[in-house]
Design a protein around this ligand. Structure first.
Ligand SMILES: NC(=O)C1=CN([C@@H]2O[C@H](COP(=O)(O)OP(=O)(O)OC[C@H]3O[C@@H](n4cnc5c(N)ncnc54)[C@H](OP(=O)(O)O)[C@@H]3O)[C@@H](O)[C@H]2O)C=CC1
Ligand SMILES: O=C([O-])CC(=O)C(=O)O
Length: 435
């Protein structure tokens, strides 16, 4: 792993008592803060009594000074007295984020570190994957993470080799991908990005936790996720997701607007298929205040045309306004997608995720990454929802997205180990941001 060269002020950075008071004010419901043992066998502990903090002396050991894979303040370790042990903190989890210097990550990383994703008792280590071109920017990201004083953020590592960065990770959030440039064929984009995800799949297979959960965001995310999982045969294919939660959130917002209700009243929204303009926002099974959408919004023409196209093209319209693609709302939807896997799905509801079709109950072609309705017990795993209905309209639309994904799959056969690629992509194949 490439280690950032730190200025003396970084290597000397220590946690001062004022910072520890800040920790205590952010964690006022914890009288005792004890952070679990990082991999090097040492840990940080701060004792908190009646809002007063007795800071243990920071110990910058030889081991810490030479730790090759940590950043700045995160290289510091503290000696822990045996009696300081507490069971109030969960075991540290390792989270890798690729494209970590990009726009989406710039929102996401701070949400992860704040505790809003994995919970206020879950310390995390962030492993940031970049490239030669982004190494300086990655240092900037790490500096901002340092300056944010997040009590739950125990380690930050930056690197450009996925075989280093993905070591033992329990979550891999794969965001980095080349954006489609002017004049670039979609087949070219599939190939360039597919190679990134093939390499990252191999690296996950070699060094990640055997039960790592992988969330692919970089586009074209469904086919990138398929490539990734095909290159990681020792990791369950079920653990791979392509992000379609942003599309679900967009659909909920449009239905709420039309029905004149706040969006918390909209549930059971499925996005079927590809994260592209063929995606199908399902209004047949969706509900508003628990009532089928079609009984609340009686304008079927609006649902089939305006609503569907609005959701399919939302990313592109936003790019025209902003001059860049959705970053903040994508980060929010990544948080939603992870939380849906680590917290139990509310009774009767479900969420959308692009997952591997292996024995799916809907008759969708097997061996694709296809967005479908899922439920979770909150253990990181999911089950597909069986009680959904199809009508001719929904079936036709789902079949179109399935055809597009089958064509994308043929186009990347050289990257999935399935022979020679044949690219016969449908002409209207587009990412949401390409309208
Ligand atoms: N699924 C979804 O719902 C959504 C997906 N997206 C997709 O997410 C991805 C990231 O978006 P965003 O963070 O806004 O993008 P940015 O352009 O801000 O960052 C993307 C990062 O990708 C990395 N990258 C990897 N390979 C290449 C390459 N060959 N050329 C250029 N950059 C590369 C770069 O980092 P480095 O140099 O460190 O590798 C860069 O920082 C895009 O693919 C986008 O289309 C966006 C919105 C929604
Ligand atoms: O095409 C893009 O990069 C943006 C995108 O996926 C979206 O906004 O849904």
């Amino acid at each position: 792993m490439v280690v950032a060269e730190l200025s003396p002020s970084y290597t000397k950075t220590s946690l001062h008592s004022s910072q520890l008071s800040f920790f205590s004010s952010r964690l006022s419901d914890h009288r005792r803060i004890s952070l679990p043992r990082p991999q090097n066998g040492r840990r940080v502990v701060c004792s908190v009594a009646s809002n007063q903090v007795q800071a243990p002396s920071p110990v910058q050991t030889e081991e810490a000074k030479t730790k090759g894979d940590c950043y700045g303040v995160f290289c510091l370790t503290y000696d822990l007295e045996a009696e300081d042990e507490t069971k109030s903190w969960k075991k540290l989890i390792n989270i890798a984020v690729s494209g970590a210097a990009g726009m989406i990550s710039n929102h996401l990383l701070f949400k992860l570190a704040s505790g809003e994703v994995f919970g206020p008792d879950q310390p995390i280590a962030l492993k940031l994957l970049g490239s030669e071109r982004s190494l300086q920017a990655l240092e900037g990201v790490a500096m901002e993470l340092e300056d944010s004083l997040f009590p739950l953020l125990r380690e930050v590592n930056i690197g450009i080799d996925p075989y280093d960065v993905f070591q033992d990770v329990e979550w891999a959030l794969l965001i980095g991908a080349k954006p489609r440039g002017p004049g670039m064929e979609r087949a070219g984009l599939l190939d360039i990005n597919g190679q990134i995800f093939a390499e990252q799949g191999k690296a996950l297979n070699a060094v990640a936790s055997r039960n790592v959960k992988v969330m692919v965001v970089g586009n074209p995310c469904n086919t990138n996720a398929l490539i990734c999982l095909k290159n990681a045969p020792n990791i369950p294919a079920k653990n791979f997701h392509a992000l379609t939660r942003l599309d679900e959130n967009r659909a909920k917002c449009q239905l709420a607007l039309k029905a004149g209700v706040f969006y918390d009243k909209v549930s059971n929204v499925t996005i079927w298929g590809n994260h592209s303009t063929t995606q199908v926002p399902d209004f047949l099974n969706a509900r508003i205040n628990g009532i089928p959408v079609k009984e609340v919004i009686k304008d079927t023409k609006w649902l089939e045309e305006e609503f569907t196209e609005k959701v399919q093209n939302r990313g592109g319209v936003l790019i025209k306004k902003w001059g860049r693609s959705s970053a903040a709302s994508t980060a929010v939807s990544i948080v939603d997608a992870i939380r849906s896997l680590v917290t139990p799905t509310p009774e009767g509801d479900w969420f959308s995720s692009g997952v591997y079709t292996n024995g799916n109950p809907y008759g969708i072609a097997e061996d694709l990454v296809f967005s479908m309705p899922c439920r979770s017990k909150g253990d990181g795993d999911y089950e597909l929802v069986k009680d959904v209905i199809f009508d001719d309209y929904l079936l036709r639309r789902v079949t179109k997205s399935e055809a597009e994904l089958l064509a994308e799959k043929r186009c990347v056969a050289h990257l999935t180990g399935e022979g020679i690629a044949v690219c016969d992509l449908p002409e209207d194949t587009m990412l949401p941001g390409e309208v």
